[in-house]
Write a protein that binds this ligand. Structure first.
Ligand code: KIV
Ligand code: NA
Length: 275
């Protein structure tokens, strides 16, 4: 079992220490990320894009999520491992329970993540009632990309900002342990992090969150095609840093630089902030 628990993350929030999270899909990286101080490993369905080469997360199956979760949890010792419930695997509370049973049972994950608002409150309540901690995900919802029509900032207008806030409060009340906010204005994310007692982990949501998450391949410059504007290539930054010729250029050093930047509140910088 993970030594970094939900309670530990909540303590981080209370003392104002930003939580460092990255996506992770296999054993080699699980070991490296832990060694580099990453506290939360997210087996994200973004693996559909960066590992499988799809253009969205929609084709990712539950079997594939179980497999990758197992690869990560087989070697992870301290970090909290969260696994994404893939597209449609939580379309009913019953299906969500069955899918979580697989991600946590076979996959070994300590928490499951799902995308969506108040409509999922009952599902979150059922999962938590049976001992499956839940990370909610609001703002840009990649599984709904065919409905959204594009990857862009969510919640710029007052109406949608109010919707996101109501959703966040409903999911917290239903028992969610964590909230990921993706591509929302930093002022909205900061206000929500203040308002909620559960930790808020941002991606493209500014520095006012209780922690940050990025896609592993983005911070190493490995993403096929263009990486999102809110991410940063920490490996290239070290290679470019001619001023410090003793700077070690390695994947582990890049991940350590990410963790240090998150902990220091230096990442995301204004240029990684969308609104
Ligand atoms: O799948 C993923 O990588 C995610 C993060 C972007 C939060 O859900
Ligand atoms: Na995801």
């Amino acid at each position: 079992t993970a030594t970094i628990t939900t309670t530990a993350l909540r303590a981080c929030k209370q003392r104002g220490e930003p939580i460092a999270c990255l996506t992770c899909y296999d054993a080699a990286f699980a070991q490296l990320l832990e060694r580099a101080g990453v506290e939360v490993l997210l087996v994200g369905d973004s693996l559909g894009m960066v590992v499988q080469g799809h253009s969205t997360t929609v084709p990712v199956t539950l079997d594939q999520m179980v497999y990758h979760s197992r690869c990560v949890t087989r070697v992870a010792e301290q970090s909290l491992v969260i696994a994404d419930l893939p597209f449609m695997s939580y379309a009913t509370p019953e299906r969500a329970l069955e899918a979580a049973a697989r991600l946590m049972g076979e996959g070994g994950a300590a928490m499951v993540k799902l995308e969506g608002g108040e409509a999922l409150a009952e599902t979150v309540a059922r999962l938590t009632a049976f001992g499956a901690p839940v990370c909610a995900h609001l703002g840009l919802l990649p599984q709904s990309i065919h409905q959204l029509g594009g990857y862009r900032v969510q919640g710029r207008d007052a109406e949608m900002a109010a919707r996101i806030e109501a959703d966040a409060l409903a999911l917290q009340a239903a028992g969610a342990s964590l909230l990921v906010l993706e591509c929302v204005p930093s002022a909205l994310a900061a206000a929500l992090a203040q308002r909620l007692h559960i930790p808020v982990i941002g991606i493209g949501a500014g520095r006012g969150c209780d922690g940050q998450v990025l896609v592993l391949h983005d911070i190493l410059g490995l993403t096929p095609g263009k990486a999102p504007r809110f991410s940063k290539n920490f490996l290239a930054e070290r290679a470019d840093d001619g001023a410090n010729d003793k700077a070690e250029v390695s994947i582990e050093a890049a991940v350590r630089a990410y963790v240090a930047a998150v902990k220091a509140g230096a990442f995301p910088a204004p240029e990684h902030t969308l609104a």
